[in-house]
Design a protein around this ligand. Structure first.
Ligand SMILES: NC(=O)c1ccc[n+]([C@@H]2O[C@H](COP(=O)([O-])OP(=O)(O)OC[C@H]3O[C@@H](n4cnc5c(N)ncnc54)[C@H](O)[C@@H]3O)[C@@H](O)[C@H]2O)c1
Length: 264
């Protein structure tokens, strides 16, 4: 049990990567706070964990709102007694080039994806310090590492998450707070299943991941558990890529043989 006696918050815990990670954290012994904008989803995940012998509660949160995030941290301490792990995972995407994207949608994506990480750290770190430290994990994306077209605010937000992770880790490492990010490739979660209903999008995604399939939410949970646990005690400020080989691939594919015919 990698997370015995630890208390963990998972934002966006009601669906997809957050749901799988909440379940895995609970199986590793953590008491889990499933925090989500959609309370019914969060309650269903918490009920599933409690029915199988784990310990979870559901808390409504809007991760982009300071008062809401502060209340989440307060509720966690009131009901669970402490806070050791914060998985800042809730995120959203609005499509559009800079010309197409509404200003409101730019602000929404930056709020849910980046402001959330700042607010999570702002309110969680002082509480973690009361018990000697903790681990913060932020969900970034491979979209933060290269210039995906058609979703400019998403790409910008995830690059910001990666560098915010580095800066937070630098500021708080000496206090016993580790801060890391995970950069998933394409993972089969409800929004991605809707995107992959387009056969061309599915074919492109299958080709882009060297492993030849999309990732499963449990495969991101595996990385999150490691970063949450003391097994990663010397790891901070990193953005761990879990992408089935997507980033390693060149679009050129296999290079041609440059030798003259008689030397091949
Ligand atoms: N699925 C992928 O392929 C993929 C790839 C890279 C990164 N990510 C990132 O992983 C994270 C989880 O995505 P997912 O695919 O599991 O999506 P999902 O839609 O299954 O889960 C996201 C959850 O976040 C919640 N949420 C949205 N806005 C919120 C807010 N303001 N406050 C609180 N909760 C809010 C939603 O209600 C939902 O339950 C996101 O940060 C996403 O950008 C996903």
């Amino acid at each position: 049990m990698l997370l015995n006696n630890k208390v963990a918050i998972v934002t966006g815990g009601g669906s997809g990567i957050g749901e799988a990670t909440s379940e895995r954290f609970a199986r590793e012994g953590a008491a889990v706070v499933i925090a989500d904008l959609r309370m019914r989803k969060a309650e269903a995940v918490a009920a599933g964990i409690n029915e199988t012998g784990g310990h979870a509660i559901a808390v409504e949160v809007d991760v982009s709102e300071p008062q809401s995030v502060a209340a989440l941290i307060d509720t966690t301490v009131d009901r669970m007694g402490r806070l050791d792990v914060l998985f800042s995972n809730a995120g959203t995407l609005r499509p559009g080039t800079v010309v197409e994207l509404d200003v409101d949608d730019w602000d929404l994506v930056m709020g849910v994806n980046v402001r959330s990480v700042y607010l999570g750290g702002k309110y969680a770190i002082p509480v973690m310090l009361e018990t000697g430290g903790g681990s913060i994990i932020n969900t970034a994306s491979i979209s933060g590492l290269h210039g995906d077209g058609g979703a400019v605010s998403y790409a910008a937000s995830k690059a910001a998450v990666i560098n915010l992770t580095r800066a937070m880790s630098t500021d708080h490492a000496a206090e016993g707070i580790r801060v890391n990010a995970i950069c998933p490739g394409t993972i089969e979660t409800p929004p991605v299943q809707r995107m992959m209903a387009d056969p061309a999008a599915l074919a492109a995604n299958l080709k882009a991941h060297s492993i030849g399939r999309l990732g499963r939410p449990e495969e991101i949970a595996n990385a999150a558990v490691w970063l949450a646990s003391d097994e990663s005690s010397f790891v901070t400020g990193e953005a761990i890529v879990v992408d089935g080989g997507l980033r390693a691939q060149s679009p050129l594919g296999r290079l041609a043989d440059p030798r003259p015919e008689h030397l091949r």
